[in-house]
Design a protein around this ligand. Structure first.
Ligand SMILES: [Cu+2]
Length: 128
């Protein structure tokens, strides 16, 4: 449980900006959940560098982040833990954020919010 809690940390508010450092050792992508969409809805990263995915809930509603194939494909300890925590999804209360470290292989990964009535909340991560 304490390890699970360590996955969650509060970070300063940042709006949905996709920051991709192609030449650095680590790429950080910041996703924001709003009421009711992901910002950005399309993210492109390089497969050659590990990825930190930060998801922040800037909305007033509880949102979830779920991407089962991404979690499975990434196969990192933190994503394994996240996958266990993410059944059915990582729940983000308003103002909360989660950071996931992963190294997904090239592919196109859909991410969604599973909350009832949030069916339009989807986005796509392209690892190329
Ligand atoms: Cu939602």
């Amino acid at each position: 449980m304490s390890f699970l809690n360590s996955l969650f940390r509060i970070t300063p508010l940042f709006l949905g900006v996709s920051i991709v450092a192609c030449d650095g050792p680590m790429q950080t992508v910041s996703l924001t959940t709003e009421d009711f969409r992901f910002v950005p809805e399309l993210v492109r990263v390089q497969a050659s560098s590990p990825l930190t995915l930060a998801v922040y809930n800037a909305g007033r509603e509880i949102h979830e982040f779920d991407s089962p194939i991404l979690m499975y494909a990434a196969k990192t300890p933190s994503s394994d833990a996240a996958m266990k925590a993410a059944s059915p999804g990582i729940v983000l209360e308003p103002g909360k954020s989660v950071q996931l470290a992963m190294a997904p292989p090239p592919g196109t990964y859909l991410y969604i919010c599973r909350r009832k009535g949030h069916a339009n909340m989807t986005g796509t991560l392209i690892v190329e």
